[in-house]
Design a protein around this ligand. Structure first.
Ligand code: ASP
Length: 427
């Protein structure tokens, strides 16, 4: 009886409950508990910080070994370079097309909502801007080739890691029995990493609760009001992109039920929402796609880490609305040619930047600069960016997962029985 009851609360439900409870706790702390030693040092800066970030670190700890091993095994299993090439081209095409669609819709919604017209900027607290360096396109392409693969692994650089792992996998397949020991090693290490992911996920509800409570206790609602229209524009477009564009692509190109897809993928979205980092979500995403939806790691081990780095539709959406917002707030007229530049720059800017919190604001400076908008405008939206960062990260990783499902389905790498099965294994 007891065991039955416990079983009914699967991990999915627990993560979801943590998300809601964490948000309420954070808002309660923000408004009802005065700042001081207990709140700032013991609760938010102590317990929540340690447990929240401890969990995040555990997830990050999994990323590089898991991506590397499963990618080596995945490409060794696919074997021939022609199939790998086909998967690669389809994936890149999907990522580019969806990002361009995302930003186009964002610009349209922005022009309907007019987030920056008649804005009273005095009500907005402008943050200090310190925008990091962004890398040019030529170097971005060159950086895919690691000068030193071990350094790329050590610093968690996704694209060079992916390239190196792919090459190792292809050679393992080519050499066959000659390199059996190494192939077995990676296969077994991969099993260890999967087991570890399962173990770390058991503490996810606590981690998610602490991360979310900390975020909301810091931001409250006040800062949002002057920028309400801007936020609304971003959120509406994110919702359209996730629930219309993605589900449409999924239905048309795979015939799979988008409803079941979203339902099973929800814990991954909740996790991305609470951490605002696509990169840390990679292990959970791969596990969920395989165990709950029957999507083979042969595909996901390639498409998910690649997507976390180069496919950021949610981020592009924020940038599209931000461009309209800044142009209106500063009274700068943008023509169709400017918008095309924005679409191209935002699509390219996301390539080569890792999926970590706040990176969208850094590439936004490139987008603004491409059409002559003042970079200072970023300071206006910085204060409220965290909540949008969380939401767009959830969309970013959903796009990667939808692409994975589509490529896997076309490759015959999806077990539809698992996809439609009602039993939801605890990851
Ligand atoms: N936080 C986002 C991600 O990890 C990137 C961004 O938009 O800042 O996907």
């Amino acid at each position: 009886m007891e065991a039955d009851k416990r079983k009914r609360f699967g991990l999915t439900t627990k993560i979801f409950i943590s998300l809601i409870l964490g948000s309420f706790t954070g808002i309660f702390l923000h408004y009802f508990i005065p700042g001081g030693y207990i709140k700032d040092t013991v609760i938010t800066g102590g317990i929540f910080y340690i447990f929240g970030n401890g969990f995040l670190r555990l997830m990050q700890m999994l990323v590089v070994p898991l991506v590397f091993c499963s990618l080596v095994c995945g490409s060794a299993a696919v074997g021939d370079t022609a199939t790998l090439g086909k998967v690669g081209v389809k994936t890149l095409l999907f990522y580019l097309v969806t990002t361009a669609v995302a930003i186009t819709v964002a610009v349209l919604v922005g022009n309907i909502i007019n987030p920056g017209t008649g804005l009273d900027t005095s009500g907005i607290e402008a943050a200090e801007i310190s925008i990091g360096q962004s890398v040019g396109l030529a170097d971005t392409i060159l950086n895919i080739i690691p000068k030193n693969p071990i350094a790329a692994l050590a610093s968690g650089d996704m694209l060079p890691t992916i390239l190196f792992a792919l090459i190792v996998g292809v050679i393992l397949a080519k050499l066959g029995s000659q390199t059996e020991t190494v192939a077995n090693f990676f296969g077994q290490f991969n099993d260890i990493m999967m087991e570890m992911t399962g173990m770390v996920m058991q503490v996810a509800p606590i981690g998610v609760f602490c991360l979310i409570a900390n975020t909301f206790s810091g931001i409250g609602f006040k800062a949002f009001f002057p920028l309400f229209k801007y936020m609304l524009g971003v959120l509406i477009t994110l919702i359209i992109h996730c629930f219309v564009v993605y589900t449409g692509f999924l239905k048309v190109l795979t015939g799979l039920s988008p409803f079941i897809f979203i339902k099973k993928f929800m814990p991954v979205m909740s996790f991305a929402f609470s951490t605002a980092t696509s990169n840390a979500t990679i292990p959970l995403s791969i596990e969920t796609l395989e165990r709950k939806m029957g999507i083979s790691r042969r595909i996901s081990s390639f498409t998910i880490p690649l997507g976390a780095t180069i496919n950021m539709d949610g981020t592009a959406i924020m940038q599209g609305v931000a461009v309209v917002f800044a142009a209106q707030a500063y009274g700068i007229d943008l023509g169709p040619a400017d918008y095309i530049t924005v679409i191209a720059t935002a699509t390219l800017a996301s390539i080569g930047t890792a999926g970590v919190p706040g990176v969208g604001l850094i590439t936004l400076s490139m987008v603004f600069a491409s059409v002559g908008l003042p970079v200072e405008a970023i300071a206006l939206i910085m204060g409220i960016d965290r909540i949008l960062d969380m939401t767009r990260t959830a969309v970013n990783i959903t796009g990667d997962a939808v692409c994975t499902a589509i490529v896997a389905s076309q490759n015959g790498d999806i077990d539809r029985e698992v996809f439609y099965s009602k039993s939801q294994p605890d990851i």
